[in-house]
Design a protein around this ligand. Sequence first.
Ligand code: DAH
Length: 357
Amino acid sequence: MSTAPLDQLPEQKAELLQAIAGISTLEMLREEEPRITGKRSILSTLQRSLGSLDPDARKDAGATLQEVRHEVEAALAARRAELERSARSETLEVDRLDLGDVVVSSLKWPLGVGHPGLVASTQQELEDVFIGMGFSVADGPEVESDWYNFEALNIPPAHPARGMWDTFYVELGEPETVVLRTHTSPTQIHLMEAAVANGTLPIHSVMPGRCFRRDTPDARHLATFHQIEGLVVDRGISFADLAGVIETFTRAYFGADIESRLRPAYFPFTEPSAEFEITCTICRGEGCRTCSRTGWIELGGCGMLDPAVLEAVGIDGNEWSGFAFGFGIDRCAQMRHQIADMRALIENDVRFLEQFS
Ligand code: DAH
């Protein structure tokens, strides 16, 4: 009897599955969905027609119809997932930002060429001046053990002078506590040790590099800054040699009208020790706010090598003597270019940087 409600079910199911396979966009899916599984769909119409069957036949037919409904709904869900996936990758493709494209297309041709920053070029100029005076240039590690940064420089643990170079001590366990170097002076120790080991004394070297302190940045201080260290170890070196080197450097770098002077000071690794000052480059010695009306600006420290330092590295103080000095490279750049606030050196403001190309 072909009037039974589910007679056509296999064909109807095949038609629905074919319709689902033919759906090509999410929008089309939204339009077709009511016709496939909605209240007015063939499946719902068949469901309603089952009411005319007797209870047993209705139960069987209901189960069959339910099975087909599940199959159709699963096919529709799979199609939806597929369409959503491809829509998403299409969006990604369209929205993809090729940074290379953006950067290149926004460049103005001909391209501008970058240049070393002010600190790097200042370091280069300082090295050139010292090379011209017969010094060689050496490098040292930025991470030092307590021994190099302090003890070998005659600054034992708990010595009050450690306060001048306060920093964060990192205990890595045995053998030693480690610090980011607070000055370039530890490089002196490396150089002297190497010269002793290799039998290459005398030493005439400068050692530029980055240093770190537990400092709050202000107009004249940075927590990460640069120093250049000088070291001479030779026979018959006197304080006059030190004063001559400082004065020669000052005039060569800052100009003939800028002088240097030495004032007694204290550093654990030199004896005697001095601070060296130069004529204030802002007022040319007249006295101004920058130099607290003294006409002089402090640049760094210096002195004759302390016998305790020579002893720490195994150099015979009866045969050899020497001097050392150290000063801030950033401070030099500040003085030379009359930069009011040193923080400008690390702010990366192109308007500032471009003035020194
Ligand atoms: N290392 C000292 C500092 O950072 C500067 C200094 C003083 C270096 C005297 C020297 C020196 O070589 O002899 O404050």
